[in-house]
Design a protein around this ligand. Structure first.
Ligand code: PEP
Ligand code: MN
Length: 263
């Protein structure tokens, strides 16, 4: 179902007035984790002004250590809803398990399945019944076939509103958190009709790598990007080192749109 052979024309994923896959890249920006209403409002207003159409932020966080900040849960979802109310930005947030799926689906405009859950088949099946679009991040060691088959699980249950997100894969490189697999984008585009975006933040893992990877993604003609932005990265509860300052995001967003217009 996800194959271009089955459906030659590009899929466009729509959330109200926001369309992913229609040309202009859709920027999703915000903090790694929802920390407070004040934090999210400040970041939300700023990224909206910079041209973002969606707000990102995790309320349920898949952290490597059980002792790290795990997210605010439902309280975080309520904060996200307040940001949508105030700014008009659409909300994308991660769902980690079937127990909390109804809750996350209710508050979000797009549900995110993270790299660690790309082959959580129970979760994929539930996402296939969702009434909201799904962003499916590539598993950190997944082949393109495994990634597309994960999307197939979602579509097989009836949900054809899927966005694929390349967020970097694990390689021998120690100089960046992950390796952004730009060449995967051309292959996925050829094999599938689904929109493809990148996440330069989790790929690079360091603030200084985000801009270059984002500009490279724009040159690849991606349908959007997810970028972490924080108003006080040094105090961030998660991924502060890769979060852009709002003024950096503002400049980068303009560059992304300019590059898109060029290619
Ligand atoms: C995220 O986007 O919040 C996240 C945890 O990303 P990933 O699943 O790509 O690690
Ligand atoms: Mn993060």
């Amino acid at each position: 179902l996800v194959s271009r052979e089955t459906k030659p024309e590009n899929t466009v994923v729509r959330m109200g007035g926001v369309a992913i896959g229609e040309g202009r890249p859709v920027l999703m920006a915000g903090p790694c984790a929802v920390e407070s209403l004040e934090q999210c409002m400040a970041i939300g207003k700023s990224v909206k002004e910079s041209g973002a159409e969606m707000f990102r932020g995790g309320a349920f966080k898949p952290r490597t250590s059980p002792y790290s900040f795990q997210g605010l849960g439902e309280e975080g979802l309520k904060i996200l809803a307040a940001v949508r109310e105030e700014t008009g930005l659409k909300i994308v947030t991660e769902v980690m398990d079937n127990e909390t799926f109804d809750l996350v689906e209710e508050y979000s405009d797009m549900v995110q399945i993270g790299t660690r859950n790309m082959q959580n088949f129970a979760l994929l099946r539930r996402a296939g019944l969702a009434k909201k679009p799904v962003m499916l991040k590539r598993g950190m060691s997944a082949t393109i076939e495994e990634w597309l088959m994960a999307a197939e699980y979602i579509m097989e249950r009836g949900n054809d509103q899927i966005v694929l997100c390349e967020r970097g894969i694990r390689t021998f490189a120690m100089h960046s958190r992950n390796t952004l697999d730009l060449s995967a984008i051309t292959v996925v585009r050829k094999e599938s009709h689904l929109p493809v975006i990148t996440d330069p933040s989790h790929a690079g893992g360091h603030r200084c790598q985000v801009g270059p990877l984002a500009r490279a993604s724009a040159a690849m003609g991606v349908d959007g990007m997810m970028i972490e932005v924080h108003n006080d990265p040094a105090a961030a509860l998660s991924d502060g080192g890769q979060s852009l300052y709002p003024h950096q995001f503002s400049k980068l967003a303009q560059q992304i749109f300019d590059i898109h217009d060029l290619v």
